[in-house]
Design a protein around this ligand. Structure first.
Ligand code: GDP
Ligand code: ZN
Length: 323
């Protein structure tokens, strides 16, 4: 039933007409989707009938969706997706002005991994804030990975994302060169479904291929940079991890963007702000110039980090300007 690539090929032979199996959509564009079954085999299936209708209106199938597929025996025979199971989470690019034009990039994610390098290229903690807000707006857990720690001192690497550690985000310090931090990161990625994000050249593919030998991530596909000369995959691709879980090489969180986030919700996307929200003198405080602002008092007290607050102001303004 499987060819050498593990692709399920039930073109001929005695397959019961009602054969029905569950799987996870790992790849697909324009009608045909790769569905990975528990056995590791991959079936090519398309949407049919009612689901196809729904797809145009409400349900949009995405990589990561759990589906039931059914074999239709009619010559020449084909797999059809008959059920899309309920999602536990989604990473979506919202359309400006509402949920109608929303495009789900990956479904059923457990977490987002935001990867930077300690040096070469220089890290941008404020860019991390943007990615983290996108993760928070989608209700997803996030962890930061600072790779290439072999290039700088331990003090320097720890200082780079100290504000994020203080905000409560798990920060991993890794080096593909020395092996630092790899076991700890593998333990948090294995068995879960994660989206990988971060600038080009920080070592995302080196890191993941080292953590999970045989994964074979292609650098170009997971690069955040929009490099027009390079061939890149259009949609996200889900890579099954040996031992369970998936890694999504998303087109990038930058691609998902901040679109559609209500400026009034941005403060909630900074987890360390949450204990202070509702404590300001004015109920509609946007935490920039108002007197009696609990958020700015927390910044002064050093409970909220200045850099994170600066990012909040910048991202909120950007969103307010999009309206
Ligand atoms: P990606 O674009 O984020 O997938 O980055 P790559 O995995 O292609 O890595 C970019 C470059 O950084 C390659 O030349 C890697 O060999 C190098 N690299 C990756 N990880 C490390 C590391 O931990 N330390 C050092 N010094 N170089 C690394
Ligand atoms: Zn305030």
């Amino acid at each position: 039933m499987h060819d050498s690539d593990g692709v399920l090929k039930v073109q001929h032979g005695p397959v019961p007409p009602d054969l029905s199996v569950d799987g996870v959509v790992v790849q697909g564009t324009g009608g045909v989707w790769d569905v990975r079954l528990e056995s590791g085999a991959v079936a090519q299936a398309s949407l049919r009938g009612r689901l196809k209708q729904d797809e145009r209106t409400a349900i949009k199938l995405a990589v990561g969706d759990r589906v039931t597929i059914q074999w239709d025996n009619r010559d020449p025979g084909a797999w059809f997706i008959t059920t899309i199971h309920e999602r536990r989470s989604k990473l979506a690019r919202r359309a400006p002005g509402g949920a109608r034009g929303e495009r789900v990039v990956v479904a059923n994610l457990d977490q987002v991994l935001v990867v930077f390098a300690a040096a070469n290229p220089e890290p941008h903690p404020r860019m991390a804030d943007r990615f983290l807000v996108i993760a928070e707006a989608n209700g997803l857990d996030a962890r930061i990975v600072v790779n290439k720690c072999d290039l700088v001192s331990a003090e320097r690497s720890r200082a780079l994302f100290a504000e994020h550690a203080a905000a409560g985000y798990p920060v991993h310090y890794t080096s593909v060169r020395t092996g630092e931090g790899l076991d700890e990161l593998r333990a948090e990625v294995g068995g879960r479904s994660s989206a990988l994000s971060g600038p080009s050249g920080v070592g995302k593919s080196s890191l993941m291929n080292t953590l999970f030998p045989g994964l074979n991530l292609r650098t170009a596909a997971i690069s955040e940079s929009v490099n027009k000369g390079r061939h890149t995959t259009v949609g996200a691709v889900l890579h099954p991890l040996p031992g369970g879980g998936f890694l999504a090489d998303t087109p990038g969180l930058r691609e998902v963007g901040l679109w559609g986030i209500d400026p009034a919700d941005v403060a909630h996307c900074f987890p360390e702000f949450r204990p202070f929200l509702g404590e300001c003198r004015f109920a509609d405080c946007i935490h920039t110039v108002e007197p009696g602002c609990a958020i700015r008092e927390a910044v002064t007290a050093g409970t909220i980090m200045q850099g994170r607050f600066d990012s909040y102001v910048k991202l909120r303004e950007e969103l307010a300007g999009q309206r």
